[in-house]
Write a protein that binds this ligand. Sequence first.
Ligand code: PXL
Length: 289
Amino acid sequence: MGSDCSGPEATRWGARHAGQHHVWTPARGQASPMTATPTTVRPSNPPIALAIAGSEASGGAGAQTDLKTFAQLGVFGCVSLTCIVSFDPKNDFAHRLHAIDPQVLADQIEAAVGVHGTIDAVKIGMLGTIPTIETVAGALEQYRFANVVVDPVLICKGQEAGAALDIDNALREKVLPYATITTPNLFETQVLAGVEEITTVDALKDAAKRIYDHGVPNVLAKAGTLLGTGTALDVFYDGQTLEVLEVPAIGQERVSGAGCTLAAAITAELAKGASPLDACRTAKDVVVS
Ligand code: PXL
C-alpha cells in the first residue's frame, strides 16, 4: 500500500482520524463493497454522505456548511460541486453564480461513487441551471442512491423570484422523483405545492400534503420563524404521520445557511440509519445547538 496522500486509502485514513467509530451495516438497497460481515466494527468505515451542492464564498451556506455538519454528526462527507456563488461587495452583495461544467460535475459524482463504493446518503443543494439539473437527474438514475435529500434551492437570497420558475419546473420534473425527502423553505413550499402565500400552520400542513401527493415520500415543509409563532416551525408529512416540529427561534431574523445545515443534518442522520422523521427531529436540534 502506498504511503502518499492520494486515492481511496487516503480518504479512508482521513475518515478514521476523524475519530469516528461505528458498527458497519450496508445501506438499504445497496450491496456491500466490503467482504467483512456486517457486525464487524470498522473504525475506518464511518457512514458516508455526498453533497451535490454549490460553494458559497462566505462559508455560511452550501457545500462548506454541508461538510461541517456531516463532520459534526460523525459522518464522512464528500462534495460534487455544482456551482460557485460569490457576492459583489460593490453591488449590494448581489449574488454571482458560476456554473460548473456539467461533465466536470458528472465526473465528480462518478469519482465519489468509484472511491467509496457505498454512499449512504446524498444531499442535493443548489443546482442553479437546467443543464446542472439534468446532469444530477442522470446521476440519480444511474446510481440509485439509498437516501436522497433534496433541498430545493430555487433561488438564493437576493435573487428575483421569477428566476425560480424554470428551475422549479426542471427540479420538480427531473430531480424530485428521486427524493427520499425534500426540505423546502416557505417560499419553495408555496412554489412546489402550487399554492398562494402560506400564513398559517394549517396552510403549511396542506402544502406539505400537496408536495407528498406529487410523489415525494417524505416532506419537511419549513416555515422557520416566518409564521410568527415565536418558534422555528416546520411540518413533517410522510403520508401517515403529520407532525409539527418546533424548536425555540434564534431571534426573528432568517439565518443564512440554516436551511443547508438542517438538510445536511437530515442527510447525516439518514446515512447513520435513522428514519426520516427521527432524522428531522435530530436535525432541528442540531440547527439551534
Ligand atoms: O442557502 C441557500 C444556498 C445554498 N447553496 C449555495 C448558496 C446559497 C445561498 O446563497 O449560495 C451555494
